[in-house]
Design a protein around this ligand. Structure first.
Ligand code: F6P
Ligand code: MG
Length: 492
């Protein structure tokens, strides 16, 4: 079964790959032009480099326009011309495997990765815009629109717990109380299942799928997926997130309603693995910034506080990637925004002193301490933005440092759709293919246990029982790509 079946490709007109290359990517590319245009118009007259920057920005706009033209006319791929460190590897792959090939003809995975690498090229060729992220504004806007959900979740996790007898406020937060019974306690287990699902559904709101991020839609998704919006300060009870009765019913009922949309659900196996860990190392291969990153951090925080992990390593992208993916800068920036005292420029979220707002500030501080003390680490590696699927991780020469390092982990958690596509080599697998078969060499014993939290946004899904495809096909024709369904697949 290795190498696997045929790759997904834009040459198949009925596929989401075709729809993506045909309609979605040109929109994404056009928005870069708008962004750069706005950015150079914002340059201050006092900036002595203004003229040079403006000239370069115009060059970028021209390059991006050219890229859009090549994409829409299905022009052959050309080699990269910048000097970003991965350039040789890309050009080698182009000449070895894609000579004469083009956007719609090549594998969808390659075409799409190549597009983002070409975007990087347009910036890398300049002096003043080399590190500019043309998607940052979009990430920022959508994160801001997630404020309600962000604040409510912080309130549920961190609200101070009132002593039942003395009615004084005790120091620990509701999450600490929950997991204070230790790894075997019921509360710890309940919190695991709830937070893991929150972490999963956080992937439903990425930006590349919402071509035109309708912010109301994002908010609705967040509300529907994971919580009742009327969260109130916690009273101490035995429930997973210490919500008051009514709100809790709402939140858990929402998650329960969505549980049958998780078409393969290996959470039990994952829980067995997680609870066997004491002070272990867990690696999270991140997907999107904004709300998704925030819930990833919530889950990572739980893993640390419950004593399962003493180290969580987050893997981010070194270059702007698939619009909303986390770059190391986004990670730091996100932590800063949670606390009005460190928020860049004007406070990002409402700086009121509500209980939830204070809870959010506490979370932000706690998480910064994790980073400062090395409990949390953020790493970037060019492998994550290479053209290679993850089947190559154990053998690709340029990824050996990454593989040796991550092999020491106890568990890899992959977030999101693209990471899933790269795990299963983005092929036309029958949906009943076992996950451990589709991930090929990554199922070997040299590789740590791994799990993927993925909402389905591409026409590849594996690991399903025999009748599942038929059932969901009847429920929704677009089940593979709508983001409404999900898989949590585990490989021991
Ligand atoms: O555009 C391709 C794609 O992988 C889609 O399948 C998906 O909508 C998007 O990019 C990225 O999704 P995610 O952020 O979950 O990886
Ligand atoms: Mg993404």
């Amino acid at each position: 079964s290795h190498p696997p079946k045929t790759a997904l490709s834009g040459s198949d007109r009925d596929s989401f790959g075709y729809a993506t290359i045909q309609s979605r990517l040109p929109v994404i590319v056009s928005k870069i032009v708008d962004d750069v245009y706005r950015a150079y118009h914002r340059l201050s007259d006092a900036d002595p480099l203004k003229a040079q920057k403006e000239k370069e920005a115009k060059g970028i706009i021209e390059a991006i326009g050219g890229l859009r033209y090549e994409l829409q006319r299905d022009k052959p791929f050309r080699p990269l011309t910048d000097n970003y460190p991965d350039v040789q590897e890309w050009n080698q792959a182009l000449s070895d495997h894609y000579a004469g090939s083009s956007w719609f003809k090549a594998s969808w995975l390659f075409s799409e990765c190549y597009l983002y690498r070409r975007i990087k090229e347009a910036f890398a060729m300049t002096e003043h815009w080399r590190d500019y992220d043309p998607f940052f504004e979009q990430k920022r806007t959508v994160f801001k629109s997630s404020q309600k959900a962000v604040v409510a979740i912080a309130g549920r996790l961190m609200s101070p717990v009132r002593s039942e007898t003395t009615h004084t406020v005790e120091a620990s937060s509701s999450l600490d109380i929950l997991i204070s019974g230790g790894p075997e306690s019921k509360g710890t287990e309940e919190a695991f299942f709830e937070l893991a699902q929150v972490c999963l559904w956080g992937n439903a709101t990425d930006l590349s799928l919402l071509d035109n991020p309708d912010l109301a839609k994002v908010e609705e998704l967040q509300r529907r997926m994971m919580m009742s919006s009327n969260s109130t300060p916690a009273s101490h009870n035995s429930s997973a997130l210490s919500l008051d009765e009514g709100a809790l019913d709402g939140a858990q009922a929402e998650l329960a309603k969505h549980a049958d949309k998780i078409l393969q659900n290996d959470l039990d196996q994952l829980w067995a693995k997680v609870k066997s860990l004491r002070n272990g190392r867990i690696d999270i291969i991140l997907d999107n910034a904004g709300f998704e990153l925030y819930v990833d951090l919530v889950f990572a925080d739980y893993l640390v506080r419950a004593g399962f992990a003493k180290e969580v390593v987050f893997h981010a992208k070194n270059i702007p990637w698939f619009v909303s993916d986390v770059m190391p800068f986004d990670f730091q920036w996100t932590l800063d925004q949670l606390d009005p005292d460190t928020a860049t420029s004007e406070p990002f979220f409402d700086p009121s002193e509500s209980t939830e707002q204070l809870a959010l500030k506490d979370l932000g501080r706690k998480w910064k301490e994790y980073v400062e003390s090395g409990v949390w680490k953020v790493k970037g590696h060019n492998f994550w933005t290479s053209c290679y699927a993850f089947h190559h991780l154990p053998t690709l020469p340029s990824a050996q440092d990454l593989f040796r390092d991550t092999a020491q982990s106890d568990l890899w958690i992959f977030k999101g759709d693209l990471n899933y596509r790269k795990l299963v080599y983005d092929c036309k697998w029958p949906t009943t293919t076992p996950f451990t078969e589709a991930i090929g060499p990554l199922a070997s014993s040299e590789v740590p246990s791994l799990v993927t939290f993925r909402t389905c946004k591409a026409d590849v899904v594996v690991g399903l029982k025999a009748d599942v495809e038929e059932r969901v096909e009847k429920e929704a024709k677009d089940w593979m790509v709508s983001g409404e369904y999900a898989v949590i697949s585990f490989s021991p």
